[in-house]
Design a protein around this ligand. Structure first.
Ligand code: NAP
Length: 267
């Protein structure tokens, strides 16, 4: 299938994990994928795979927490390919720590990635997308943007900031013919757990018992399908959608079970 032929898809965090798998999935469908992250060698590998499968790829190594660097990359990308048809803000990081375990520096870093990174990249590309009057902005967030669990305070705060930003963006874009999508994956087997040690041990029992662990390719397929269908929200897997539905009618119950089966502070 090549229905994304000649579409430009910008993906942040495209060097590893969900971003790399989604970049390859869009590439297989004929898109020109703009790959953003810090690790150039990993981005080049993803770009090679995309070209081998019939898509096009351009690599933009950048630290997305550096606003100036994001603006420079945006200038280069806009000059080379014009405004993206799809902007997928996926890059994310952050360990799960109790408040007293979190240094002020790490709390700031967790706000910078993913929240400020999403803000910078949106701000850099939005004017050109608005001027063209079409396009799709999509943001990978976390179940922590709905329900908080113990031992992930700064992580959770950054995801709520991202959620607030996306809702504000929707309000600002009302009538602008630009779509906005939120993507909430459950557990996906990626390098996230190597990049952010200790996270896996603090996943609340409710999620471990209820949610199957997806592969990055499964997550990517669901993301591409959801964006193609213009979904407002992509929640995966289906059992997490079920938990969302229960939360809509009984938020206190889901909150209680999440906390009850969550990490305990020793001592
Ligand atoms: N895996 C899960 O179970 C899961 C569940 C819910 C939500 N998510 C969310 O899904 C998104 C992708 O996560 P993942 O599982 O694919 O994690 P991952 O394998 O660790 O990939 C994270 C990506 O973000 C990029 N990144 C991190 N810091 C960056 C920076 N300062 N500047 C530019 N790029 C940066 C990394 O590239 P470089 O290191 O090369 O810069 C990498 O490409 C994240 O937002 C994560 O919070 C994941």
């Amino acid at each position: 299938m090549s229905d994304f032929l000649r579409k430009t898809v910008l993906i942040t965090g495209a060097s590893y994990g969900i971003g790399a798998a989604t970049a390859r999935a869009f590439g297989r469908r004929g898109a020109h994928v703009l790959l953003l992250a810090r690790t150039q060698s990993a981005l080049e590998e993803v770009a090679c795979d995309i070209r081998a499968s019939g898509g096009a790829a351009s690599v933009y190594p950048v630290d997305l927490t550096d606003a100036r660097a994001v603006e420079d990359v945006a200038r280069q990308a806009l000059a080379a390919t014009g405004p993206p048809d799809i902007l997928l803000s996926n890059a994310g990081a952050g360990r799960w720590l109790f408040i007293d375990e979190t240094t002020p520096e790490e709390a700031v870093a967790m706000m910078a990635m993913p929240y400020f990174a999403a803000f910078y990249v949106t701000r850099a590309f939005l004017p050109a997308m608005r001027a063209r009057g079409s396009g799709h902005l999509a943001y990978v967030n976390s179940p922590a943007s709905l329900v908080a669990w113990p031992g992930a305070a700064a992580y959770t705060a950054a995801r709520w900031a991202l959620r607030g930003f996306v809702e504000a963006l929707r309000a600002e874009l009302h009538g602008a013919r630009l779509r906005v999508t939120t993507i909430i994956p459950g557990l996906v087997a990626t390098t996230y757990f190597e990049h952010n040690p200790g996270v896996l041990e603090r996943v609340p029992g409710l999620a471990r018992w209820l949610l199957p662990v997806l592969t990055a390719d499964q997550a990517a397929a669901a993301i591409v399908r959801g964006i193609e269908r213009g979904r407002r929200e992509i929640v995966l897997p289906g059992r997490l959608r079920l938990l969302y539905a229960v939360h809509a009618v009984a938020p206190g119950l889901v909150r209680y079970l999440t906390i009850l089966t969550g990490a305990r502070r020793s001592g």
